[in-house]
Design a protein around this ligand. Structure first.
Ligand code: EPU
Length: 442
């Protein structure tokens, strides 16, 4: 009998049996490799910009309209959470119409908190608007323990009283007052949570050592359209002059730089000729620089980047907060380096446990040794197809990329991880010539 513990174990690792969970079919990708990708791919809106923006709609009563929303499982989970809180949401193509007039809950259900760590973003907006929120601890996840101490510290600095008991966090503020927040580490989520709560605080809040990711700039733009007074996003100091009230607005999210980077690496690994379109290339300079160092030919336009084949050689990479090399592209580029000539070293500095794809790549013939936060990769001429399982979202994408270049057929299981963050992955890859199909596990 298949065992069901939670979403990540719906397929029995020993027997290979899979089952249905909550009406969701358990699926896998079957990929026939050694096809050079060729053509143009259009990038969707950014998941990690959309999620905090959806949460930010809670800051006021009214109807917000968000365009460019990707079709992803994480977005659906956030929709479900907002709906449970009392929002009315309609999706029309890539547009979400979110009516937050009747929000009547200040508590996020535990099972949804567990399903998506990004639900921690609800703390800031609910506190800002209602001065009270109760949620369960998001807990760890497969890429590392992911604590929320920085979120809590930031919210306390602006007048929130936070109690933790029996796995629940109860945050209350009689009045939110501006304050000085200094992060020990530039956490993306904590920066966003602090911005959202402080937008409705009395007085000025300054966030130092703030995260500088482009998604934070997009959130600033959204909040300012709502009437907030925020400046400095994109630098390490963000200033928020609190306002008494925000109003619903309309916004288009920025393109997904991680999705874009994934297709660039897929093009490079299959020695293809791929134009990645509808992007903001300046957000990907750390990635295009590395690809060039690896030997990939790169052409950068105003809204696109093109990759063309070159002789691949090993490089060293260290993941860092933006504008450094993004941790979310570490797994995909590691796949590429498995077939680059010579030795490469990747150091993962952001998350503790982000080399879970290494065992799976080893099944495909890669030569990789992991020591703590460092992976040492000795390039091989080619990978070979195998049955592998996606351990998390980006690692799953990395396995698909490896399979596209490998000799023979690969099967990638547990693709519900990939569906969390890649809109129409197989459709977009098929349009580039890939032989990839989605099948039910049987
Ligand atoms: N951290 C703490 N305490 C905190 C918050 C974070 O110690 O209170 C640590 C984390 O454990 C981690 C590091 O700081 O080691 C970075 O965490 P950060 O808060 O910056 O990340 P996040 O907000 O949880 C977002 C993205 C991630 C992306 C990271 C880093 C969203 C929804 N998620 O996560 O995206 O990897 O920033 O850039 O924006 C993904 O899309 O696959 C993904 C995991």
């Amino acid at each position: 009998m298949p065992q069901i513990y939670n979403l990540s174990t719906v397929c029995n690792a020993v027997t290979g049996d899979c089952t249905f969970l909550g009406g969701m079919t358990v699926e896998k990708f079957v990929v026939e490799g050694e096809v050079q990708l060729c053509g143009q791919v259009t990038i969707s809106g950014a998941k990690n910009a959309t999620l905090p923006i959806m949460a930010a709609t809670l800051l006021c009563s009214g109807v917000s309209v968000v365009h460019g929303v990707p079709n992803l499982r994480d977005i659906k989970v956030m929709q479900d959470i907002l709906t449970l809180l009392g929002a009315k949401i309609v999706r029309e193509g890539n547009t979400l119409i979110i009516d937050t007039t009747s929000i009547n809950h200040m508590e996020v259900p535990e099972h949804l908190m567990r399903e998506m760590r990004a639900s921690v973003f609800l703390m800031g907006p609910l506190l800002g608007r209602f001065r009270k929120v109760r949620l369960s601890y998001p807990g760890g996840c497969t890429i590392g323990p992911r604590p929320i101490n920085l979120h809590i510290k930031a919210l306390e600095k602006i007048g929130t009283n936070i109690k933790e008991s029996f796995g629940f966090i109860i945050a209350e503020a009689a009045e939110l007052a501006g304050g000085e927040i200094h992060f020990d580490f530039p956490s993306v989520g904590a920066t966003e949570n602090a911005m959202m709560a402080a937008a409705l605080a009395k007085g000025t809040t300054v966030i130092r050592n703030a995260a500088r990711e482009p998604e934070i700039v997009d959130l600033q733009n959204f909040l300012n359209r709502m009437g907030a007074k925020i400046s400095g996003a994109g630098t390490d100091t963000i200033r928020i002059d609190g306002v008494p009230k925000l109003t619903a607005t309309e916004h288009t999210v920025i393109p997904d730089r991680i999705e874009a980077g994934t297709y660039l690496v897929a093009g490079a690994m299959t020695r293809g000729d791929v134009v990645v379109d509808n992007i903001l290339p300046e957000f990907l300079f750390s990635v295009t620089d590395k690809l060039q160092e690896i030997g990939v030919q790169i052409e950068i336009g105003r809204r696109y980047i093109r990759v063309k084949p070159g002789d691949l050689r090993g490089v060293d990479i260290k993941t860092l907060p933006h504008p450094g090399f993004p941790t979310d592209l570490q797994a995909p580029i590691l796949s590429l380096l498995t077939i680059a000539k010579g030795t490469s070293i990747i150091t993962e500095t952001i998350f503790e446990n982000r080399f879970k794809h290494v065992d799976e790549l080893t099944r495909m013939g890669a030569k990789i040794k992991v020591e703590g936060r460092t992976a040492i990769i000795r390039g091989v001429p080619k990978l070979t197809g195998a049955i592998v399982a996606a351990p998390d979202l980006r690692a799953g994408a990395a396995l698909v990329i490896a399979a596209l270049a490998a000799e023979g057929i690969s099967e990638i299981e547990h693709i519900y991880h990939i569906d969390r963050g890649y809109d129409g992955l197989e459709r977009k890859l098929q349009a580039l010539g890939a032989r990839i199909v989605r099948q039910n596990c049987d």
